[in-house]
Structure formats: structure tokens, C-alpha cells
Design a protein around this ligand. Sequence first.
Ligand code: PXL
Length: 276
Amino acid sequence: MAYKKILTIQDISCVGQCSLTVALPILSACGLETCILPSAVLSTHTAGFDGFTFRDLTDDMPEIQKHWQKENIKFKAIYTGYLGSVKQVGYVQNILDTMGTDDCVRIVDPAMADNGKLYPIFHDEYVAAMRGLCASADILIPNITEACFLANVEYRESYDESYVKELLDKLAKLGAKTIVLTGVGYVPENTGVIVYENGSIRYYEHKKISKGCHGTGDIYASAFTGALMNDKDIFEAAKIAADYTVKCIVNTQGDADHWYGAKFETALRDLMDMLV
Ligand code: PXL
């Protein structure tokens, strides 16, 4: 495989096993040179810790981008996650549009919501900004909640195939070429992932681990990007990422002290094996 330089843009949650502290090791384990652009620095993630600090790095972004342009730095893939502000979404869109190689793959994880609710610092204006970012994505990776916010569709705990098809059709109108929709389950004991392209749906269904973990969206999107950049096709990459994420959750079960994230490190070797 050619040596690939990619960029990921998301926050540093110093403690909590999400965003860059997950993406960087996973992408490195996948054999990719991983450059980072931190969107914000937080003491912990925002899902369950009280009193977290938040330093927004929006104003650093244009300067960093200018320096990279001066150095003629371009990326083979750009993968975005949790961002720090509405203004920043505009800067990130410009990076997506201008900092890739000719064959760059642009992957957007609109990390902003789960279980029917937006994450603490986000609001309607942020959702509207994220809709704009979707237009610059080759591949959009939302969970069901994020898809509902973006497509302006009512969130439901249970649904059927026609609800999901309508959700995807509406989401596709925002402009992403391909959608990888996670957390799609039609029966309580299973969940799965849909790959949607040009109106066609492929579904990979697998067992649902009853107790989910924080940060699994970031684990999923990072493993997906890693597999895709290892020349797996989109559906194969979606399956590999699902199998890896399930292993991470299984390896975390039964450890009540580890409520804040998934022990993704324990399954990195399995992920590497899946790529050969
Ligand atoms: O895993 C998504 C995520 C990323 N970054 C921060 C978060 C969350 C989810 O809550 O709070 C700061």
C-alpha cells in the first residue's frame, strides 16, 4: 500500500477516550500517517463529566491552514469529527474543499448528538452549520440521531425500513455522495450499519451489545476511515469498523469504573488482522 498522509479534525478530550485520543492511535495502527487539527481542548468529554473545561481553537485554524498551504501540504483523506464552534465549521469546510489531493476522500462524522439529543454545547445554529458541511462530504457517517437532526426528521426509538429509507433520501439531499448510517436496528437484539449510495441500500446487521459505551461513534468512524484507506471498499470498511467496534464494547463490559469510554486499545490487533 502506498504511504498515505491523512488529516483528522476533531477535539482533544484529555480524558474520556473519544475524538483525537481515539482517532490518532486507530489510524496509526492502520498504517496511516495521521496529521491532526485539534478543534478544541477539553479536560474531559461532555457526556457524563461535570465541570469540564473547554478551550475553543477556532481562531488558530486559518493560521495553521495558511502555513500548510505555504508548505504545499495536501492530504489523501480528510476526516472531521467533533468541532468547536459554528464559525469553525466554515473554516473546516474550506479545509475540506481546498486541502485535499486530487483523489482526496472527504469523510464527515457530524459528531453532535446521540440517543435523540444534541450533546451539551450544541444547538440549532450548529446543526444548520453542519448541514452545510455535508455538501463537502464524499462520505457522511451519522448515527440515527444525527441523521434526524440534519434531515429534520422526527427521532424515533423504533422504526421500520420505510422510515430509514425516507431519512436517508432526505439526508442525501444535503449533498453527501455516500452515507454510512450507524446504529440501525429493526429488532431489539440486533443493530447494524447501512451504506447508502444513489438511492440504494446495503445493510450489515450484527448483534447489539445491550450496554453501549461513550465514544463508540469515534471508534467506528476512525476504523472505517482506516479500513477505507487500506483499499477496502466502502461496504467492507463499514463491516470491519462494525466488527471492531463490537469487540471494543465487549472488552469493556463488566468494568463499571470504565463508564466513560470503550477500551479500544484491547482490540487494535484484531483491527489490524482484519485489514490484511
Ligand atoms: O464522542 C463524541 C464526543 C467527542 N468530543 C467530545 C464529546 C463527545 C461526546 O459527548 O463530548 C468533547
